[in-house]
Each structure stands twice: as structure tokens, then as C-alpha cells.
Design a protein around this ligand. Structure first.
Ligand SMILES: *[C@@H]1O[C@H](CO)[C@@H](O)[C@H](O)[C@H]1NC(C)=O
Ligand SMILES: *[C@@H]1O[C@H](CO)[C@@H](O)[C@H](O)[C@H]1NC(C)=O
Ligand SMILES: *[C@@H]1O[C@H](CO)[C@@H](O)[C@H](O)[C@H]1NC(C)=O
Ligand SMILES: *[C@@H]1O[C@H](CO)[C@@H](O)[C@H](O)[C@H]1NC(C)=O
Ligand SMILES: *[C@@H]1O[C@H](CO)[C@@H](O)[C@H](O)[C@H]1NC(C)=O
Length: 376
């Protein structure tokens, strides 16, 4: 919990680099991905594609009875514009659509995945949407399967989805569509309901990769203490990025199928005592931002406008800032650099951001991109 000094940071980076050369497979190409929320004020054409390899359109949702995607003409124009724009950028990036999201009704997925007839209708419709609108693939963001039965259904859904993708690719003589899933930060659930685990065999066999959502570890549901909501390490619990990522690998998911999530937003608290302002200090409510959330760009503005003190905790690996009773935990270029080097050292496929439009002048996205390729 010592305050950040630059020599600590260098020490950590150098220590990690010993294991860097061992595990990265040459066959799987790096993933530097980001989700583009459809409610973003900045258009896909504004994305600096030199920093990314894959951009996800977030989100689409199937009809809750037929499980088909009913895309209006105006929506189809927006989606074709999305894929065409990204394919024609210099350099071009791949475009996927993500299905579901944190605000979606997860019972729709539970019902769809529970029977062969509805799975088939849904899978067929995802392939139609992808090919008709020029996507390179799709992503399932089901938050979250609730019990072991739903995990089993998810496993079968992935089996059948992959089979359909391969059959379509063969029949049309095209490259198979990509299939990915946004998943909980760890392979076993430690929060949000009872114990259940993701289907490792099915993930390895059927998915191109998983996007592990290593964020939202703390938030407005616990206003008693400040928290680093995407901490790399936590000395007091298993709710951390390092625990989550290693849990996937220990469970047998190939490291090259695991992509680490990074947040481009912070979580805020109202301090009980303005003089107690570290990670885990007492709090009495949420701080600035709707529901205690600010995008990275908003955090930077807030810090500048209010002369907030910016600090880095090198035990947790997180940035935080404070002024008066306001406290914000977030990732910045410094913490993202260390986390990306950690993911690289673990032999993972890459990293992704939620969300691309929340960065400030590409500050964090650039630091992450440099960190991945930089050999120390
Ligand atoms: C399906 O969606 C409609 C419209 O949003 C809603 O009224 C209905 O209750 C939903 N049905 C189910 C089974 O969830
Ligand atoms: C996409 O939409 C934008 C804004 O309406 C427009 O400027 C651009 O030309 C469109 N791009 C394509 C590839 O259709
Ligand atoms: C989806 O189903 C329709 C109707 O059965 C079929 O014609 C079409 O080829 C299917 N699409 C794909 C991509 O499998
Ligand atoms: C963390 O996880 C490990 C292994 O999964 C377990 O043995 C340990 O008890 C957990 N620690 C806490 C604090 O939950
Ligand atoms: C912030 O600090 C600068 C320079 O130290 C000072 O001029 C300015 O008045 C301060 N602003 C606020 C809002 O405290």
C-alpha cells in the first residue's frame, strides 16, 4: 500500500519480463480489441485503428420469443456503415457484433440455450446477420449463466454454433466467422449467485477466444469502502485480475484463448474522512458521476479541474485520485502498462477495453498497445 514511486514500477516491470519470452504461441495472432457502445457520441470512423485489431459493435439482442435478430432497415444501414468504415480504415480492423451485454435480459439466453430448436434458430440468425452486414464474427455477452444447468446449455450452444460456422464456411468457401464470448473474470463464480463454472472443454474446442471481464470488482453496491475495481492484485481476496486470469489457465483453457479485459472508466466514492484516502479507506457513499462511474476522459477532466492528487498503488496496481471527500479508482497509462505486460507474460492472446470511446486522446489505448509489443 506504499505510495507509488517510479523505482517500484520499474522493478515490477523488470521482474515480469523474465518470463515473457517463454509462452506466447506464434500461431495465434495478437488481439487488441475494444467494444464500441452504440450510444457513443464519437463515431467508429474516429477510432485510431493503429491501436486495435478487433472492434466490437455493442450490442444486439435477439427477439425474446423467436430468437431471431430482427434488424430494421435503418439499423442495417448503421451496422453496414460500421463494418465498412472499419474495413476501410488505415490500417483496417476486424468488426464483430456483440450479443447481450450487462443490461440485457439474461433469461432470454437461458431459454434460447435450453432447447435444440431455439438454439438452431438463434445460431442461424447470427450467421445471417454477420454475412449480410459484413461482420467478421460475433461475440456472446451473456451476463451470466446462473447455475450448472445453464453452463451445460452454454457448452452445447458453443458446440452447435461452431458446427454451423464451419459448415457455412465450407459451403460458401469463405473464412469461418470468428466466435468469442465475454465472460466473468474468473472460471468459477465467486459473486453474483451460487457456485458454477464455465465449460472449459467447449470453450477450447469452439471459441476463438474469451474476453475475461476483469473489472467491476467494487462499485456502488458497496459504499462502505473505496476500491480499485480492476486491481491486478488484492492481498486480501481473490477478487483480482491476476486471480481471475490464472484461474482460467489453471482450469485448462489454453492461454492463447484468453484475452484480458481493462476498463476505460473509474469507480468513485465519497470519503468518510478526507485525510484517509487510500484503497480500502472508509467511505459513506458514491462520489462523482452517475452511480459512481466516470469514463477515463471524465476522470482526467475531473482531476484537472479540481486539482485532485493522482496516486498509484503498486500492491494492487491501480491508479486513484482524491480531492476533498471525492475518491476515484481507475486504470491509467501507468497501471494499464503493467497489466498488459502481466497478460503478455502469462502467454495470453491479448487484451480488450470496455469501451473504446471512453479514452482520452488515446492515452491508455496507446500505452497498452506499446506495452504489449515492447520487449524488455
Ligand atoms: C418479450 O419482450 C416484450 C417486449 O419487450 C415483453 O413485453 C415480453 O414480456 C417479453 N417476453 C418474455 C417471455 O420475456
Ligand atoms: C457512415 O456514416 C457516416 C456518417 O453518417 C458517413 O459520413 C460515412 O460516409 C458512412 N460511411 C460509409 C462507409 O458508408
Ligand atoms: C438459415 O436458415 C435458412 C432457412 O432454413 C437457410 O436457407 C439458410 O441457409 C440458413 N443460413 C445459414 C447461414 O445457415
Ligand atoms: C482463493 O482461492 C484459493 C484457491 O481457489 C482458495 O484456496 C482460497 O481460500 C481463496 N482465498 C480467499 C480469501 O477467498
Ligand atoms: C489548482 O492549482 C492551481 C495551481 O496550483 C491554482 O492556481 C488553482 O487556483 C487551483 N484550482 C483549484 C480549483 O483549486
Amino acid at each position: 500500500m506504499a505510495p507509488f514511486v517510479r523505482s517500484d514500477y520499474l522493478f515490477i516491470v523488470v521482474t515480469l519480463s523474465f518470463s515473457v519470452s517463454c509462452c506466447f504461441p506464434a500461431s495465434a495472432s495478437t488481439v487488441k480489441a475494444a467494444y464500441w457502445p452504440s450510444w457513443s457520441s464519437s463515431p467508429p470512423s474516429a477510432i485510431d485503428t493503429s491501436l486495435f485489431t478487433h472492434i466490437y459493435y455493442a450490442f444486439l439482442m435477439p427477439n425474446n420469443v423467436t430468437y431471431n435478430f430482427e434488424i430494421s432497415n435503418s439499423k442495417a444501414l448503421i451496422l453496414s456503415n460500421f463494418t465498412t468504415t472499419l474495413h476501410h480504415k488505415e490500417p483496417p480492423v476486424k468488426a464483430l457484433f456483440s450479443i447481450g451485454g450487462g443490461d440485457a435480459d439474461s433469461s432470454v439466453f437461458a431459454r434460447m440455450a435450453s432447447s435444440p430448436v431455439t438454439r438452431k434458430a438463434y445460431i442461424n440468425s447470427t450467421l445471417e446477420v454477420a454475412r449480410n452486414l459484413g461482420f467478421d464474427g460475433m461475440d456472446l455477452d451473456w451476463e451470466f449463466p446462473e447455475d450448472p444447468k445453464q453452463m451445460l446449455d452454454l457448452s452445447v450452444l458453443f458446440d452447435e454454433w461452431r458446427e454451423a460456422i464451419e459448415a457455412e464456411a465450407k459451403a460458401t468457401n469463405r473464412a469461418p466467422l470468428l466466435l468469442t464470448a465475454a465472460v466473468y473474470y474468473s472460471v468459477d463464480f465467486l459473486q453474483f449467485g451460487g457456485r458454477r463454472s464455465y465449460p472449459v472443454r467447449s470453450i477450447n474446442q469452439n471459441l476463438d477466444w474469451i474476453n475475461a471481464m476483469c473489472y467491476d470488482f467494487h462499485g456502488s453496491w458497496d459504499t462502505s469502502k473505496t476500491g480499485a475495481h480492476a486491481a491486478l492484485y488484492d492481498p486480501n481476496s481473490n477478487i483480482s485480475t491476476s486471480y481471475g486470469l490464472t484461474s482460467w489457465v489453471k482450469a485448462g483453457v489454453y492461454p492463447e484463448k484468453v484475452v484480458m479485459g481493462l476498463p476505460l472508466y473509474g469507480k468513485t466514492w465519497k470519503l468518510k474522512d478526507p485525510n484517509q484516502h487510500t484503497i480500502g479507506s472508509d467511505a459513506v457513499g458514491v462520489g462523482p458521476g452517475k452511480d459512481g462511474v466516470l469514463t477515463f476522459a471524465q476522470v482526467e477532466k475531473f482531476n484537472t479541474r479540481n486539482n485532485a492528487t493522482v496516486a498509484h498503488d503498486m500492491v494492487y496496481v491501480s491508479a486513484y485520485s482524491f480531492v476533498g471527500t471525492s475518491w476515484i479508482g481507475y486504470d491509467d497509462a501507468t497501471s494499464a502498462t503493467i497489466k498488459v505486460k502481466y497478460a503478455y507474460a502469462l502467454g495470453l492472446r491479448g487484451y480488450f477495453f470496455w469501451a473504446v470511446s471512453y479514452d482520452s486522446e488515446w492515452e491508455v489505448s496507446s500505452a497498452a498497445s506499446r506495452a504489449w509489443t515492447q520487449k524488455e
